[in-house]
Design a protein around this ligand. Structure first.
Ligand SMILES: [Zn+2]
Length: 214
């Protein structure tokens, strides 16, 4: 089994990040995380852990430490700046430069599915501790030995147009589905397409009926 640790950002006493129309980052990213867990588990190839499966207070180091023994750690977020900035961005670790490629793919896939701009893959190095990651959750997960570590900022919730997208559950589900698609491609796991499987099954039954003339 491929072990994935998904971290829904914020939550508990940390619920202040909101959009102008009432989107709450802590709740939106929990939904994305749960959808992603479901998508990955459908394949039967992934074992998925959520750092917080409910609305709960957790420190950044507690979250990062949960990546121990996992093959990939993804912290789910939505972004905020000045109300006008927009797009998707995916951060990867200073110490894991080979993750740039999958980070680029994740960012491109999410931005395309939402129809927003693609800021792409980025690293953010600590100014205080050069060579270390600026983001505590990335730094901790990487230091504990997780080989693939990301923060995904799917869209800007303080941008009214992007908040409108995030307020729809179907879009949160789409974000999770495209993330799952990229992760499956990365590990060479085929995503189960139930619709296709059903169509094939129906046509096989029809053929059998013809052959046996029942
Ligand atoms: Zn956040």
């Amino acid at each position: 089994m491929i072990k994935i640790c998904i971290d829904p950002g914020h939550g508990g006493i940390d619920r202040a990040n909101r959009g102008p129309k009432g989107y709450i980052e802590a709740d939106g990213v929990l939904k994305i995380s749960k959808y992603l867990k479901a998508e990955l588990e459908k394949t039967g190839q992934f074992e998925v852990l959520l750092t917080r499966p409910i609305d709960a207070t957790m420190s950044l180091t507690e979250r990062g430490k949960m990546a121990k023994g996992y093959d990939m750690f993804i912290s789910q977020h939505t972004n905020a700046f000045n109300g006008k900035a927009g797009g998707t961005v995916v951060f990867y670790s200073v110490d894991l430069p080979q993750d740039k490629e999958i980070a680029e793919k994740l960012s491109k896939a999410i931005s395309e599915t939402l129809g927003i701009s693609n800021r792409g893959a980025k690293i953010r190095e600590s100014e205080k501790y050069p060579g270390e990651d600026y983001y505590t959750v990335i730094d901790t997960a990487q230091d504990i030995g997780c080989p693939h570590v990301f923060i995904i900022e799917s869209a800007f919730h303080d941008n009214p147009a992007e908040e409108a997208l995030l307020l729809k559950d179907e879009n949160l589900q789409k974000i999770a589905q495209v993330q799952a698609k990229v992760i499956c491609e990365f590990y060479g796991v085929s995503l189960i397409n139930y619709e296709e499987k059903y169509k094939t099954l129906v046509s096989d039954i029809k053929k059998l009926i013809e052959v046996y003339n029942v």
